[in-house]
Design a protein around this ligand. Structure first.
Ligand code: NDP
Length: 434
């Protein structure tokens, strides 16, 4: 703790996992003997570098780039890139640490990593985004490769950025190594369903949670925070399954639409016009916009899907959701609920799907993209979607089983942490000390 005292997000992620592992250590003294805990919290390496690029006024700008390669016991390092001004080493480490266990849970051969930059894409021209991506890859390329480390998108990094990054990697390496990045568009090696995967996967996971209480999405009221990649496709799938999604947000505020969110309008605002979510009310007079994105959790709902960013639900927001009768909370974003909020959900009998399990559909489909790239072929939308659904079912089953085995029936936080950890820890022992 002392070594990482200045990294609160990383410590929060470690604490959440370590608390879950107490019963595992009681039953498996070999993990203590091999000093797994001290080894697993130390990344294999952290690369931090200068990214210099020229803006449209020909001024030279400087940002800091990162890649945290945390653990490659199960497979090549794998994890997204985040471009956002809040990016720092603590956030990179928390995300990479979580990614180790999430990736292990998918059952696919991928290790854990994360990267990004404190670059702010907001308000930048297409040319500026391209020059930044090229400058970022000019350093990153030497640390990655289809069998080494395979980055993907995250906040601020979508298909456009992946395209610019891939183009620069290809030019430097003079090789079309499609498997070096995932989240590509299908025209040059991307997988169908990758764009939809995290949102769809989240909803498939919640379907499994609901099945256990003999419920479905039909006629449920749903609140989804965010209006980015994860949020949009979670809304789409929930609506397809008969739910009424009444709210979504961006980092400025949230919209409430009593008639149900019109997703085509949200997509036009965010994906075509690149505008703020408040403009939604210009299209739908019944909708209400409220400044302050955290207020979204005061809207009564059956199912809450936080899909924006870390720590967006604190204890108070969780108590409000609980008082308003929420039945299920499942995390599309990474660590959107703080520890106090998670405890409120668990103590009040609310079904809680933690990020590690519930949002693993994105990285799982990235691994399917890698498989297609290695085989030099493409699978149909239906094929990938079916595989995604099966993977989410399996993650749910494995997490539930681990919770049961270690005496925390129904607690998916404990279950997913343990299931992911045991796989990685066993691999670390098998591969020897390093
Ligand atoms: P996007 O950049 O597409 O969208 C992010 C959304 O969250 C936007 O609506 C954004 O609003 C909002 N947001 C971002 N930062 C903040 C903040 N500090 N406070 C409030 N709102 C904020 O990202 P994604 O949808 O890809 O990612 C969302 C979350 O899901 C992240 O936690 C990410 O790590 C996680 N995730 C994503 C995966 C993927 O496949 N994309 C896979 C697994 C997890 P604004 O436009 O105002 O910035």
């Amino acid at each position: 703790i002392a070594k990482n005292a200045h990294q609160p997000e990383f410590l929060q992620a470690v604490e959440e996992i370590f608390i879950s592992l107490v019963p595992v250590f009681e039953q498996h003294p070999e993990y203590i003997q091999h000093n797994i805990l001290s080894r697993i919290v130390e990344p294999d390496r952290i690369v931090s570098f200068r990214v210099s690029w020229q803006d449209d006024q020909n001024q030279v700008q400087v940002n800091r780039g990162y890649r945290v390669q945390f653990n490659n016991v199960v497979g090549p390092y794998k994890g997204g890139l985040r471009f956002h001004p809040s990016v720092n080493e603590s956030i990179m480490k928390f995300l990479a640490f979580e990614q180790i266990f999430k990736n292990a849970l998918t059952g696919l051969p991928i290790g854990g990593a994360k990267g990004g930059s404190d670059f702010n894409p907001k308000g930048k021209s297409n040319g500026e985004i391209m020059r930044f991506c090229q400058a970022y890859m000019t350093e990153l390329y030497r640390h990655i490769g289809p069998d080494v480390d395979v980055p993907a998108g995250d906040i601020g990094v979508g298909a456009r950025e992946i395209g610019f990054l891939f183009g620069q990697y290809k030019r430097i390496r003079n090789a079309h190594e499609a498997g070096v990045l995932t989240g590509k568009t299908p025209g040059y090696g991307g997988s169908l369903v990758r764009k939809e995967a995290t949102g769809y996967g989240l909803v498939y996971f919640v379907e499994e949670m609901l099945r256990d209480i003999s419920e479905t999405f039909l006629n449920k009221t749903v609140v989804v925070s965010g209006s980015g990649n994860v949020a949009i496709y979670a809304i789409k799938k929930a609506q397809e399954l008969g739910a009424k999604v009444v709210a979504c947000s961006d980092s400025d505020g949230y919209i409430f639409d009593p008639d149900g969110i019109d997703l085509n309008i949200v997509k036009e605002i965010k994906e075509v016009n690149c505008e703020r979510i408040k403009t939604y009310v210009n299209y739908r007079p019944n909708a209400i916009y409220t400044e302050d994105f955290r207020g979204i959790w005061s809207i009564p709902c059956d199912i809450a899907l936080p899909c924006a960013t870390q720590n967006e639900i604190d204890g108070d927001a969780a108590r409000t959701l609980s008082a308003n009768g929420v039945k299920v909370v499942a995390e599309g974003a990474n660590m959107p609920s703080n520890l106090e909020a998670i405890n409120v959900f668990l103590e009040n009998g609310i079904l809680f799907g933690p990020a590690k399990a519930a949002n693993a559909g994105g990285v799982a489909t990235s691994a399917l993209e890698m498989a297609q790239n290695s085989g030099r072929n493409y699978w149909t939308f239906e094929e990938v979607d079916e595989k995604l659904r099966d993977i989410m079912k399996s993650i749910y089953a494995v997490s539930k089983e681990a919770a049961h085995k270690y005496g925390s029936e129904g607690n998916l936080v404990v279950g997913s942490n343990i299931a992911g950890f045991v796989k990685v820890a066993d691999g670390m022992i098998a591969e020897g000390v390093y």
